[in-house]
Design a protein around this ligand. Structure first.
Ligand SMILES: [Zn+2]
Length: 339
């Protein structure tokens, strides 16, 4: 993976602080483009929260953004990075709903179909950590250096955390299993080669479990996993689940295209790995009513957003929260977010 995309992105973010608007330029397929795009949604959250009226974001086409992969108006929202500097150390509020998802209740809101109240289950809070690339890419919040990942894993081990398999996670969510004293679910989005090369050996070193939310349409592209690598990760104990076929902003697609993205990704993973891939993760954390309806109809049991916070059984199963691991944050900041 080259660092040029990340550097350019960092530069654009800096320029945005001084003068909104960064020169658009075409680019190729790099992990950094996705990292930046996905992170932009997260970084935008605090701003969106203080100004809940949804409005079109000014566009800054990423230098590394593949034109055939993402909508033309994809871009880092102006001012997003400024908001991030204040928000990184604190759990960010839920992002404001997009124009097409206004009727979606915020994650964690009371459910009219809530199951029977269980006081023990209600106390369960699971940090679901949201990682992306494990690489040295200064300034890119969605790229964590291998050293920082190791420091975090070491901390979790020393503090007695139990990294859950997805089976354990769902069993705990459904009150079928007593949670360990300190549960944590490690999730890695997108399917970067560095997850295989760097994260997997570290996860193995600590005898930990992890979950990969992969984008099957990117298999074998530069910087992304091959099926052989994914299968090795599965053998090493990783759970592998879908993150859309081509990492689209689902809330910008019609129902038919959303269904294709969701169903094809699931089918490919199931065919390649022989698993039931019924837990989803929204690319960019974006979805709308139709997305929820499709997932429900297709029998998906859970779906993860990038709404920030601990996950608990009281949340809507298809709107679970996670905790974004910011590549720029220090170990003490990481630890604070687990409290
Ligand atoms: Zn993603």
């Amino acid at each position: 993976m080259t660092k040029s995309g990340g550097v350019l992105t960092a530069l654009c973010l800096m320029l945005l602080l001084a003068a909104p608007g960064c020169s658009p330029s075409p680019g190729g397929n790099t992990a950094e483009s996705v990292l930046t795009q996905e992170t932009a949604v997260y970084l935008q959250a605090p701003l969106a929260f203080s100004n809940p009226a949804p409005s079109p974001s000014p566009s800054m086409p990423n230098p590394a953004l593949p034109a055939d992969r993402l909508p033309a108006d994809d871009g880092v929202p102006a001012g997003g990075s400024a908001a991030a500097s204040d928000s990184k150390e604190l759990p960010a509020p839920d992002p404001a709903p997009s124009a097409t998802s206004l009727t979606i209740p915020p994650a964690g809101s009371p459910s009219v179909t809530a199951s029977v109240y269980n006081p023990n289950q209600a106390k369960v809070r699971i940090p679901v950590l949201n990682y992306h690339s494990i690489a040295i890419d200064p300034g890119n919040p969605a790229a964590l250096t291998p050293d920082k990942l190791e420091a975090q894993l070491s901390y979790l081990a020393e503090e007695g955390y139990t990294t859950l398999t997805l089976q354990q996670f769902t069993d705990i969510m459904e009150d079928k299993q007593k949670p360990p004293a300190k549960p944590v679910l490690l999730t890695f989005d997108d399917g970067y080669t560095d997850n295989y090369e760097t994260a997997m050996p570290l996860i193995r070193k600590y005898d930990f479990h992890a979950t990969l939310f992969m984008t099957p349409g990117w298999v074998d592209k530069p910087g992304y996993l091959s099926w052989e690598q994914v299968k090795e990760m599965q053998k090493a104990g990783w759970d592998v689940m879908p993150h859309g076929m081509s990492h689209p902003k689902l809330n910008q697609l019609n129902a038919e295209r959303q269904a294709q993205e969701i169903i094809e990704a699931r089918k490919l993973i199931e065919a390649q790995l022989g698993v039931t891939a019924d837990i989803f993760c929204y690319p960019y954390g974006l979805y709308n009513k139709q997305t929820l309806a499709i997932l429900k109809e297709q029998g998906f049991r859970y779906a993860f957003t990038i709404d920030q916070g601990f996950t608990d059984p009281g949340q809507q199963p298809l709107q679970l929260k996670r905790i974004f691991v910011d590549g720029n944050q220090s170990l003490p900041s990481f630890i604070r977010r687990l409290k």
